[in-house]
Design a protein around this ligand. Structure first.
Ligand code: ACO
Length: 320
């Protein structure tokens, strides 16, 4: 049996920091409200497009893997903030890094995109269809935020994370995954083009429309069920887990999930305070930081859980 080993990891966080106090200079909000409700203290704001963030994260991941771009045979970019609808972000990354032997596509499952992409890429490697895959989660959410709406403007940030997966005979990588979609809840989180997107042009402001408490309830339920499924698939349990890496949308939600899954706080990876919700990029950025600061070590078993608009949901059991 083939496995898809994580051989590279990288991230790109734009240097410009926007703090809660910065937001409070033009919105009716406060550091106290934002921290107590979400756990976010600051976020990054990019002045370059999603493809450029994706490219830097990809180059870092390739360097960590010690691979040349020529070696990559598939590039998948999880994103809901592509610079253009066509061509996709993945082809821009392919061009920027010079990876002529790769197929390239974007995948949109909102904030769940990276785990969805890992699920797809792992199976592509297990079937033998692909051998070296570059996976990226990249978002420039601040470009599309309505900065007059405090309920959404405070939540999101920009960034990108990447992984390289390579075929291996060792029992490593994404050992089990479960992805799902609760389509009856499609309406609880949406980001539409509104009336501003038509054949005459697009004025750049989209409307986030979401019912926070409903998302909270459904996300916790969906992620907990998905985590149970991956434990069942592998015969592992919470005691075998060295780290929980959840999607970073809200610290209270993460704490609640960790409690349900019985993972202690010292094993739960949280960086939302620094970056806010970077959608598809939260999982690879958090993985990258956990590797860099030693929270995650070679041989560790990691459980990841994600959710996003759709309402998409998923969990993965990763052996690094
Ligand atoms: N600053 C100050 N006050 C605010 C702000 C703000 N930035 N935003 C909202 N408020 C006010 C509201 O107007 C409301 O005031 P009112 O009681 O006078 O009407 C009050 O705060 C409470 O608002 P709620 O929306 O009920 O606040 P809640 O405690 O539910 O927190 C939050 C909102 C953080 C979004 C929470 O519901 C949550 O984290 N949900 C899950 C994650 C989520 O929905 N993320 C966004 C979508 S992206 C994704 O998750 C994939």
């Amino acid at each position: 049996k083939k496995y898809a080993e994580i051989t590279g990891w990288g991230k790109c966080l734009p240097p410009a920091v926007m703090t809660n106090d910065d937001l409070a200079t033009f919105l009716d909000t406060s550091d106290e409200w934002i921290v107590s409700r979400t756990g976010i203290s600051e976020r990054r704001v990019s002045h370059v497009g999603t493809s450029k963030l994706a490219t830097v994260a990809a180059q870092n991941a390739l360097a960590a893997a010690g691979l040349n771009p020529d070696d990559i045979d598939l590039i998948i970019v999880g994103t809901c903030t592509a610079d253009e609808i066509i061509p996709n972000v993945a082809s821009a990354v392919q061009q920027n890094i010079g990876a002529p032997n790769a197929a390239a596509f974007d995948l949109n499952a909102a904030c769940s995109s990276f785990l969805y992409a890992m699920h797809v890429a792992t199976q592509a490697i297990q079937t033998g269809a692909h051998k070296k895959v570059l996976l990226i989660g990249a978002e420039r959410l601040t470009r599309i935020l309505d900065w007059t709406k405090r309920e959404s403007a405070v939540l999101f940030g920009d960034g990108a994370g990447a992984m390289v997966l390579e075929a291996s005979d060792e029992e490593v990588g994404l050992l089990a995954s479960h992805i799902s979609c609760d389509a009856d809840a499609r309406d609880v989180l949406s980001l539409d083009f509104g009336l501003s997107f038509d054949r005459f042009g697009f004025d750049g402001i989209m409307q986030f429309d979401f019912v926070g408490q409903e998302i909270f309830k459904r996300a916790v339920k969906g992620m907990n069920a998905a985590v149970e499924k991956v434990f069942q698939q592998t015969g592992l349990s919470t005691e075998d887990v060295d780290a929980l890496i959840p999607h970073q949308a809200n610290k209270r939600l993460i704490d609640y999930l960790a409690k349900l899954c019985k993972v202690p706080s010292e094993k739960t990876v949280i960086n939302i305070q620094n970056y806010g919700n970077t959608s598809s990029a939260t999982l690879p950025i958090a993985f990258c930081e956990a590797v860099e600061n030693g929270t995650v070590k070679p041989g560790d078993t990691i459980v990841s859980a994600v959710f996003g608009g759709g309402l998409t949901c998923g969990a993965g059991l990763i052996r690094w």
